[in-house]
Design a binder for this molecule. Structure first.
Ligand code: SAM
Length: 269
């Protein structure tokens, strides 16, 4: 087991886009995470005082094969398997790469990025990567990653801090699993996640190297096509992906943009 994964951590409760606003807000809070980890440890979860939708959600979560697998593999969240599937197929992360992970808490994508880029120098024979993880929430450290917790990625000062850590290096991949607190009103949630995705895209087009990769999570909706069209301008290939680990009832999709045309976007760089 890698050092980035060898401790117990409350399992992340990623928010499905379909749930009601009441249950969504409570689901997203850190207290919910801690509470749920308590539930998962007990043999018979105490569901007596929970609302029907909460009970359904907890039952589904406890029985979810990706949740079980994440616990067995010591990943902090089931989302790890979304990145694992995408990376295994499209080869985004390699030893020696520099990767920025936006919306990283609790850290399963960061764990995966550390493993794949060798940023903790797990294999001294391979080049060492750099992983920078950013989230609004506080994050527990992960060996091999620079953790910028309690940091709003949309804040220019936070982006400056990331640039400071890059120290004039370009990045091989920018990943965004950022998601706002869902309201349950699909059009509004879609609009907010598109705004986060556009911020990540703006940053990616500043820092990516020639042929770099950009992966961004969305809740699908009317502006998906527009974002995809804008990405096509600066990347050689843009795909819409729906990994196995995305919950069936969620509108979650990922846009994967590969082959950044840096010399076209920044002709003088
Ligand atoms: C689905 S979770 C990420 C899970 C993570 N990829 C993992 O594998 O552990 C979405 C995250 O986006 C973060 N987020 C939302 N808006 C953000 C912002 N403006 N800046 C930084 N993080 C943000 C949330 O705090 C939340 O932790």
């Amino acid at each position: 087991m890698s050092q980035s994964r060898n401790f117990i951590f409350p399992m992340c409760t990623c928010v499905p886009a379909f749930v009601s606003s009441q249950s969504t807000q409570s689901m997203f809070s850190p207290t919910r995470s801690l509470h749920l980890s308590g539930v998962l440890r007990k043999k018979k979860p105490g569901l007596k005082n929970k609302s029907h939708s909460s009970q359904q959600w907890i039952n589904r979560h406890v029985n979810d094969p990706f949740v079980k697998q994440a616990r067995a593999d010591s990943y902090r969240a089931r989302s790890a398997y979304k990145l694992l599937e995408i990376d295994s197929r499209y080869r985004l992360l390699k030893p020696g790469n520099t990767v920025i992970d936006c919306g990283a808490a609790p850290g399963s994508w960061t764990q995966m990025a550390v493993e794949r880029t060798n940023s903790a120098l797990q294999n001294p024979a391979k080049p060492r990567g750099i992983v920078i993880a950013v989230d609004l929430l506080h994050m527990q450290p992960i060996e091999g990653a620079i953790m910028l917790g309690q940091s709003d990625f949309t804040d220019p000062a936070v982006q400056e801090r990331i640039l400071g850590h890059l120290d004039k290096r370009l990045s091989d991949a920018v990943l965004s699993d950022m998601a706002p607190n869902a309201t349950g009103i699909h059009a509004m949630d879609h609009e907010q996640i598109i705004a986060l995705a556009r911020t990540a895209m703006g940053f990616a087009t500043k820092v990516l190297c020639e042929n770099g990769h950009f992966l961004v999570k969305l809740w699908d909706g009317h502006d998906t096509g527009l974002l995809k069209r804008d990405l096509v301008e600066s990347f050689r290939s843009v795909k819409i992906l729906r990994p196995e680990a995305s919950r069936k009832e969620s509108s979650e999709i990922f846009l994967l943009a590969q082959g950044f045309k840096r010399y076209l976007v920044h002709p003088k760089s």
